[in-house]
Ligand binder design. Structure first.
Ligand code: HEM
Length: 141
């Protein structure tokens, strides 16, 4: 689980990213769909061209969900229950894709906040994203 220092790092980066949630979410998805083409197969019903309204809307939702996790950092499992059911039972996203999405978010954070993105910040966000990802994939059968 996350140390006190890691929690403080996650909260402080969250405060910066929350005011550009749309831009960060959209860029994360653009990076995901251009680097890991197989991830596009889960979104046949979306216009995935860079900058599309659906990318913006979905990017904002993903970042908002991370915000819920940050705000409930001591109780993430409960906060993410609905999303965990959705990804496991309905969407059935291959868990490997969570690693790709997490990586793309980290790259996006590094480009938006270059001065803040120290090795410690990188490590704390990597750990946070792997905890969120394991919650979203733990119900797979
Ligand atoms: C839907 C968050 C990973 C595929 C959603 C929604 C959220 C979300 C908030 C919208 C739920 C709703 O409308 O009620 C997240 C988070 C992730 C993650 C926080 C990782 C940390 C992934 C991955 C994929 C994926 C890796 C596949 C590559 C989808 C799809 C939908 C969805 C296909 C439904 C889109 C739609 O039809 O509106 N996710 N997700 N998710 N997610 Fe994820």
């Amino acid at each position: 689980s996350l140390t006190k220092t890691e929690r403080a790092i996650i909260t402080s980066i969250w405060d910066k990213m929350s005011v550009q949630a749309d831009a960060i979410g959209t860029e994360t998805l653009e990076r995901l769909f251009s680097s890991y083409l197989q991830t596009k197969t889960y979104f046949p019903h979306f216009d995935l061209h860079p900058g599309s309204p659906q990318l913006h809307a979905h990017g904002s939702k993903v970042v908002a969900a991370l915000g819920d996790a940050v705000k409930n950092i001591d109780n993430m499992q409960v906060a993410l229950t609905k999303l965990s059911d959705l990804h496991a039972y309905v969407l059935r996203v291959d868990p490997v894709n969570f690693k790709f999405l997490s990586h793309c978010l980290l790259v996006t954070l590094a480009t938006h906040f270059p001065a803040d993105f120290t090795a410690d910040v990188h490590a704390a966000w990597d750990k946070f994203m792997s905890i969120v990802s394991s919650i979203l994939t733990e119900k797979y059968r």
